[in-house]
Write a protein that binds this ligand. Structure first.
Ligand code: 4AZ
Length: 699
């Protein structure tokens, strides 16, 4: 008893001293009642504090359980708890007191901490063997088990052993809370005059933890008005004004809002051209957001009055700041602004409600005075010589000496663009070309006369006299156009040594060595119709041969054009070869029989001679008649050209076209008017291309 008493006092103090706490940090372990598997002592208290890492919980189960049984486990017990709550209290024996023993029950801690306390009271009537329990850390699947919505992932949850993490849908960013998904929405600039702005994802719930900035920035002078439309749903609080999510509007110095809830703000006229909108959301809530349309308006300008003969586009009922209108005029009219003509003119409504410019007027298109036409004249078809839109003028050439190239009408109309227009030539001018080969005075058909006969004045207006400055005539020629003379090359190449007539430049007549006289009839006298013309340049045919007289043709360019008249008119160039037997007229002031020169221009009418016949006639004399030569004359002789006639015209009438044309120029022959000796002429048709190239004359 002494021992017992002693023990009672000592053991109690000892046991009280054994009321201790064991800290456990392992991932698993075993805990047993004191003395296990022997019976546990009375008055004993042991606490095991098990701590496992965050993200784990503790699983506890019993392999053996044998404690004193009591009502509500008042005496001996095993209590399982966390810092906040008791998870289970066990006592009794597994065989008899199954109600309060753990049996197969497994206890889980909600968090990473579990405290197990074993306690025995002062008396044990029987022998109890205590308990044997095991614990282990088990993973928490935060993704499925988390009840606290405040802490769950906003979009996607990924569990791993000992923890979890969140991720976001495409287009979202994980907030620094590692849980909510926010959006990047701070760079929204609106510069158009109208637009619609919505919360992100509208009308789906807007993202959490986001701060969105929207800027409407227009030019000064505009005023932005805002109107919320459709759904308005921003997380609200019944007592506090917009504590979570809100929209705030800053316009100039004014700040409007915060706005939240389900009632949209009334339309707002900001009176400012620059508006900032802030939309903020916190990390919770599922609200659908908002949509607002904005419109920028400015001061109105008065309706512009279209000018007479003009219009204004676009036509609107009102015009306000920055609106532009285009002023254009009816066809045939031009916009006239500050004395400058243009097609259109644009004006703009300014911020003070005035137009940027006065409205211009419409002025009828004016083609101005038509350009003068050389050798032509202009007649106006409209009264008062009008040159405005639709006015008509008629160009005509000085008849009968000139005619219009291409035989066009010459009617020009003033176009809407203000230029004179012809239906064929467009805006280019007509050209007046000299009429050729139709003399005013037609020759009377003469009865056959011996030799030549004097020409009637004016019947050969194309004939040119080549004369030295001392008025001594030396050759003939023919007028082409108004500034060219065609003659014989040998007229301009006067070799000092007739036996070796090589082509030396020094043997060529220079322009100042001779002159051209047009309108000549009398050989030595003047009748007032002559024109003395100076020479500009001389062109010998490049294949002219002074030995054979091949290509005996030359062109003389006049320094001043001939004035066409009843007595001065060019000859036409041939359209084709003449026919054998065609009668040609040869004219000149050359020698007559008995070495006498005539008083006036003389002419003969002779037939073209077959080339072969001519060649044969000259064969005995060893003179070659080549393809560039053409012969004329009568077999029996008589009518012929002679010295001084060289270069002069041999012409015939083109009956089809009704004009005279140049067949040849007088070139050479054996003596003059001899039987079986024909006159040889430089064949113009053969060298027509060269003539047209040099003179730049067209057909
Ligand atoms: C000459 O000496 C010349 N019978 C011109 C023509 C004829 C003869 C001589 C043709 O210019």
């Amino acid at each position: 008893m002494r021992w017992l008493l002693l023990c009672h006092a000592l053991c109690l103090s000892l046991l009280k001293a054994s009321a201790h706490t064991v800290e456990l940090n392992n991932m698993f372990g075993q805990i047993q009642s004191p003395g296990y598997p022997d019976s546990y002592p009375s008055d004993s208290e042991v606490t095991w504090n098990i701590t496992v890492p965050e993200g784990f919980r503790i699983k506890l189960y019993f392999m053996h359980f044998n404690l004193e049984s009591s009502y509500l486990c008042e005496y001996d017990y095993v209590k399982v708890e966390t810092e906040e709550q008791v998870l289970a209290t066990f006592c009794g024996r597994e065989t008899t007191d199954t109600e309060q023993t753990p049996g197969q029950e497994v206890v889980f801690s909600p968090g990473s901490f579990m405290s197990i306390t074993f306690r025995s009271d002062f008396s044990n009537e029987e022998r109890f063997t205590g308990f044997d329990a095991h614990y282990m850390a088990v993973d928490v699947d935060e993704c499925t088990e988390r009840e606290d919505e405040e802490l769950s992932c906003d979009h996607y949850c990924h569990n791993y052993i000992g923890g979890y993490y969140c991720s976001c849908r495409f287009g979202y960013l994980l907030h620094t809370d590692n849980r909510t998904c926010r959006v990047e929405c701070s760079d929204n600039l609106f510069t158009q005059r109208t637009g619609v702005i919505t919360s992100p994802d509208f009308p789906n719930p807007y993202p959490k933890s986001s701060e969105c900035f929207y800027t409407i920035e227009l030019e000064e002078g505009f005023m932005v008005s805002l109107q919320f439309e459709d759904i308005f749903d921003i997380e609200d609080h019944p007592e506090v004004s917009c504590p979570y999510d809100y929209i705030k509007i800053k316009a100039g110095p004014k700040v409007l809002g915060p706005f939240c809830g389900e009632r949209a703000p009334e339309p707002i006229n900001t009176q400012s051209h620059s508006v900032q909108i802030l939309f903020r959301s916190d990390n919770s809530g599922e609200n659908r957001g908002w949509r607002l349309s904005y419109r920028a308006t400015g001061n109105e300008c008065p309706e512009p009055e279209p000018p007479v003969h003009g219009k204004i586009e676009p036509q609107q009922t009102t015009y306000s700041f920055k609106d532009q209108v285009l002023i254009s005029c009816d066809t045939g009219y031009k916009v006239l602004k500050d004395n400058v003509e243009m097609d259109t003119f644009q004006i703009e409504c300014l911020k003070d409600g005035t137009w940027s410019n006065r409205i211009p007027t419409c002025k009828i298109a004016d083609c101005g005075a038509p350009a003068e036409l050389k050798h032509g004249l202009i007649t106006f078809s409209t009264r008062n010589n009008l040159t405005t839109y639709k006015s008509e003028i008629q160009y005509s050439c000085q008849q009968p000496y000139y005619k219009m190239l291409h035989n066009i009408t010459g009617i020009y109309t003033c176009s809407a663009q203000g230029v004179w227009m012809n239906e064929v030539l467009g805006r280019s001018q007509p050209t007046c070309l000299p009429v050729c080969g139709v003399p005013k005075f037609s020759r009377k058909l003469m009865a056959r006369i011996f030799n030549g006969h004097p020409a009637q004045k004016g019947t050969t207006p194309w004939i040119a006299m080549l004369s030295y400055p001392n008025e001594q005539p030396f050759c003939g020629g023919s007028l082409l156009g108004s500034s060219w003379i065609v003659t014989a090359a040998h007229c301009l190449h006067q070799s000092l040594d007739p036996d070796y007539p090589a082509l030396h430049d020094s043997d060529l007549l220079r322009p100042s060595d001779f002159k051209i006289i047009m309108g000549k009839h009398w050989r030595r006298r003047s009748d007032g119709n002559e024109q003395h013309l100076r020479v500009k340049r001389v062109f010998l045919h490049p294949l002219y041969d002074p030995n054979t007289f091949e290509n005996d043709v030359a062109l003389v360019e006049l320094l001043e054009s001939a004035v066409l008249s009843d007595f001065v008119m060019p000859i036409c160039l041939p359209q084709g070869p003449p026919q054998e037997g065609d009668v040609v007229v040869v004219s000149g002031w050359g020698k007559q029989f008995l070495q006498r020169f005539p008083e006036t221009l003389m002419e003969i009418e002779i037939p073209i001679v077959d080339h072969r016949t001519c060649q044969e006639a000259y064969a005995p004399l060893k003179r070659k008649v080549t393809r560039d030569m053409i012969c004329a004359g009568e077999k029996e002789g008589g009518k012929d050209a002679c010295a001084g006639d060289s270069g002069g015209p041999m012409v015939t009438l083109d009956k089809e076209r009704g004009h005279w044309y140049l067949v040849g120029t007088v070139s050479w022959g054996e003596d003059c008017g001899k039987k079986d000796r024909y006159g040889v002429y430089s064949y113009i048709y053969h060298n027509k291309d060269w003539i047209q190239r040099v003179t730049r004359m067209r057909d």
